[in-house]
Design a protein around this ligand. Structure first.
Ligand code: FAD
Length: 527
């Protein structure tokens, strides 16, 4: 149990089990406040079960639920303050992650619902790829806008570089910059995490209890890598041959493993969609195999790609070029295999295999090294908010990127709920579209029609060191190459595409996209 003490009287924790209540009593807790509504999660014990367990060990309980992703009302804050004051202490409060209980504690301690400062013209949630790019695109059009970016992290990452780190091409440090250095001049940076939204009040609530009001809200907090969805993974990563290019600190371990690997079984996994950069799981295969082939070791290595999905790549036009490399490297393809458990020291992984008749079975694989890509979900505070669609992502019109039902809200990047591929390349095209449409809605546009996003996404598939199949496509998996065929034939492995990824794209990112220079990203407009 991850219990965090916030004051001598109150501690918070994520969801507890009924069996934990006796431990809490043994630790000296006298009361429990339950802030998570019954029925929110499938496997969550309801209040009655927690109360029954608490009654047997003499702990008091109060049920004070608040919905996730919505600003707590003054009644909820008052109820929490009352429970804190009246219950015998020390008190443990919990919700799903502990965040709502922490927020209620802060608001109740201040004796208020969040204070509302003057509204910014534009508030951006998230200062990652999409958040910084859209701020820069807005300022490139109107330099005097009042923009605030809410971003808790001190560091910003060029994640597309991590595949190259895992392949021994980039130095990992080149993919990281200080967040403070990337915030465009004139933009106010609010160093905090957003906890919930109050669209009726045109404000967002921060995890520390603050309230930020907006005239226009742009939501770009990326996605959540759900490492804990795979049993045993978090404790296995970074040792025992278990790695992933999906983390800054682990991508160098991939290259380390690949260089030392001389023979045995190498597994590569891919979870169900959507994931960011859907080609990244197989890019790790190709760059590893290319190295082993050059070293003369590939003949001693059995490589298997265990993919939860049914196809090698979602845009069929690019599959033939990729299949040539699958054959060249002698990679065994196992579709419909979903990793759910791993034991690093025992070097064993377990997959749920979906059969054609709808049944499923458990498949066990031994490995000497394994590259894992975690399942990916919308951030909790989006998923449980009024902004979310059925899948948990921000519910926008796929062309204009305006929220479908909530006024003055826009979204882009990985958190956005259209069916495009979640890539930096997509965010590069989305940023100018959102900038144009926000300014148009503020009557600061120049009388144009809506800017339109066509679903562009791109995936530079690093099939060998020095060659890339540059997949570029729009909504519906429609091929959409940017370059003339004589320069880059997107259906074939290309040296020019490798030069683009290895030498040009990092500068396009740091010096172009994050600075409002919209190279090859000018938006088109509705007719
Ligand atoms: P992010 O860049 O992840 O930024 C989200 C930001 O929101 C973060 O800074 C985070 O701290 C912040 N945030 C989170 N929660 C909150 C909160 N509660 N309040 C406020 N802020 C919050 N794309 C390509 O185009 N080409 C590639 O070759 C490619 N390869 C990739 C390889 C790998 C291994 C990976 C991991 C990604 C790759 N991508 C690639 C995908 C690309 O990096 C992402 O699609 C892109 O970074 C998405 O941008 P984003 O701003 O939506 O999310």
């Amino acid at each position: 149990m991850d219990v965090k003490q916030l004051s001598p009287r109150l501690s918070v924790s994520p969801q507890i089990a009924a069996a934990d209540v006796a431990t809490l009593a043994a630790q000296g807790f006298k009361s429990i406040i339950v802030n998570r509504p019954d029925g929110e999660g499938a496997d969550q014990p309801n209040f009655a079960e927690i109360k029954a367990a608490a009654d047997t060990v003499g702990l008091a309980t109060v049920y004070a639920p608040i919905a996730s992703g919505i600003a707590p009302s003054s009644d909820s804050v008052a109820a929490f303050a009352r429970a804190m004051a009246e219950l015998p202490g020390p008190v443990l409060a919990y919700c799903r992650s502990g965040a709502r209980s922490t927020l209620l504690f802060k608001l109740a301690s201040d004796g208020q619902t969040p204070a509302r400062a003057a509204a910014h013209d534009i508030v951006i949630v998230g200062g990652g790829t999409a958040g910084i790019a859209v701020a820069a695109s807005l300022l490139a059009r109107r330099s005097n806008l009042d923009i605030a970016i809410i971003e808790p992290a001190d560091e910003h990452f060029y994640q597309p570089g991590w595949t190259m780190v895992g392949g021994g091409v980039f130095d990992v440090a080149s993919t990281r910059r200080a967040e403070a250095d990337l915030i465009p001049a004139g933009v106010k940076r609010i160093k905090a995490a957003v906890a919930s939204f109050d669209p009726a009040d045109h404000s967002v609530i921060l995890a520390d209890g603050g309230k930020i009001a907006y005239k226009k809200l742009i939501v770009a907090p990326g996605l959540t890598l759900n490492w804990s969805a795979i049993e045993g993974l978090e404790e296995s990563l970074g040792q025992n041959g278990v790695t992933s290019n999906y983390r800054y600190d682990l991508a160098p371990y991939t290259w380390d493993l690949v260089q030392k690997f001389k023979g045995g079984k190498a597994l590569f996994t891919q979870p169900g969609m959507p994931i960011k950069c859907a080609g990244a799981p197989q890019k790790a295969i190709y760059l590893s195999c290319d190295h082993w082939l050059r070293q003369g070791d590939l003949k001693n290595i059995a490589v298997e790609f265990l993919n939860a999905g049914p196809v090698l790549f979602g845009v069929p036009d690019y599959v033939p070029a990729l299949m040539e490399y699958i054959r060249k490297y002698n990679v065994a393809l196992s579709f419909g295999h979903n990793l759910f458990k791993i034991d690093g020291p025992a070097k064993t992984a377990w997959f749920k295999r979906a059969n054609a008749d709808g049944s499923s079975e458990i498949v066990e694989r031994k490995f000497d090294m394994i590259h894992v890509v975690p399942p990916q979900i919308a951030p909790d505070f989006i998923r449980s908010s009024p902004l979310a669609n059925a899948g948990g992502w921000v519910d926008v019109d796929p062309a204009t990127l305006r929220h479908k039902s909530l006024a003055d809200i826009y979204s882009l990047g990985d958190a956005m709920g259209a069916t495009n591929a979640k890539t930096m390349a997509a965010a590069r095209k989305q940023a100018p579209v959102v900038a144009e449409n926000v300014l148009k809605d503020m009557a600061l546009g120049v009388g144009k029609a809506d800017a339109i996003y066509d679903g562009y996404g791109s995936c530079p598939l690093t099939v060998e060191r020095g060659k890339i199949v540059l997949a570029e496509f729009g909504y519906g998996g429609k091929r959409n190459p940017s370059f003339p065929k004589w320069l880059i034939d997107d259906l074939k492995p290309s040296r020019a595409a490798w030069a683009l990824k290895a030498h040009l794209l990092p500068s396009v990112y740091w010096q172009g996209m994050l600075k409002g220079r919209e190279w090859m990203a000018k938006p088109s407009f509705a007719k």
